[in-house]
Design a protein around this ligand. Structure first.
Ligand SMILES: Nc1ncnc2c1ncn2[C@@H]1O[C@H](COP(=O)(O)OP(=O)(O)O)[C@@H](O)[C@H]1O
Ligand SMILES: [Mg+2]
Length: 259
């Protein structure tokens, strides 16, 4: 088997925001490469620049120094074919049905009505939303809403899915089930996922690699490889040991962030 091609290269990226109370150094000299098809998780204390890094990968935030390459080309702005983002807030349009929400990105991209309807309809099964096509967001549970948001991102078929704490607002049980569902979707679609979470369980259950970030200014503290097969048993000795290691690193940075 040939090794998967490198898709993303973050090269010595730094970012400082200028605010009314002075400059904030969000990221400092961050480098990371991600191969095609990986599920790479960023984990680190609040304010360490995870969303900033995702924003850069999406082409919405510009590095102050360094650069980001996708498919060996520098990212200079948003490109729906390259990356789609899912946030903690599903951000659905309340006046649009489930199907119309899933179609939204395709509509923006100028896709013909019949084509976008057929793509969105085909996604309803995998989204677990069959029979909900004509419902409105107010009629859905939190998990369902988030699946619509993920469907909207999948519909445009971007190579990279950027997920910024997508399950952060859900209750714990729903969250575990959404993780199982996302694992299935990822394995079927073979997207490259960059995932931000505070949940050790999610990180260990889903990721091919976990990048732990330091307290602000965010740097990559360590990268954990998770070569275990899916679906994973969280009680396996390997994962229990990795969990302890991961928590040790995160704890250290979280304590620093609290000071
Ligand atoms: N648009 C902005 N303007 C000013 N400061 C910002 C902006 N976005 C983020 N920051 C600051 O940069 C730091 C990193 O933020 P963020 O990337 O959101 O971190 P995280 O997602 O890890 O919590 C924080 O201190 C935050 O307050
Ligand atoms: Mg964030």
């Amino acid at each position: 088997m040939t090794a998967p091609a490198r898709l993303i290269a973050v090269e010595s990226v730094s970012k400082r925001y200028v605010t009314s109370s002075g400059p904030v150094e969000a990221l400092h000299d961050v480098s990371l490469t991600v191969s095609e098809g990986e599920f790479c998780t960023l984990i680190g204390p609040s304010g360490c620049g995870k969303s900033t890094l995702l924003g850069m990968l999406g082409g919405l935030v510009y590095p102050e120094s360094g650069r980001i390459l996708v498919d060996a080309r520098p990212v200079t702005g948003p490109d729906p074919g390259r990356a789609a983002t899912v946030f903690q807030d599903p951000g659905l349009f309340p006046w649009r049905t489930v199907l119309e929400n899933v179609e939204f990105g395709l509509e923006l991209a100028g896709s013909a009505a019949a084509r976008r309807r057929s793509i969105a309809t085909a996604l309803l099964g995998p989204l677990g939303l069959k029979g909900f096509a004509e419902k409105y967001p107010r009629e859905l549970s939190g998990g369902m809403k988030q699946r619509v948001a993920i469907g909207r991102a999948l519909a445009i078929d971007a190579k990279i899915l950027l997920m910024d704490e997508p399950f952060g607002a859900l209750d714990e049980q729903t969250r575990v089930l959404m993780g199982e569902w996302l694992l299935d979707i990822w394995r079927r679609t073979r997207k490259t996922v960059i995932f931000v979470t505070h949940s050790l369980h999610e990180a260990l259950f889903l990721s091919t690699r976990i990048a732990v970030m330091t307290a602000r200014p965010g740097r990559i503290k360590s990268v954990l490889e998770l070569p275990m097969d899916y679906p994973r048993s969280m009680e396996s000795p390997e994962l229990v040991a990795l969990r302890a290691k991961l928590w040790g690193e995160i704890r250290e940075e979280s304590l620093r962030a609290m000071q």
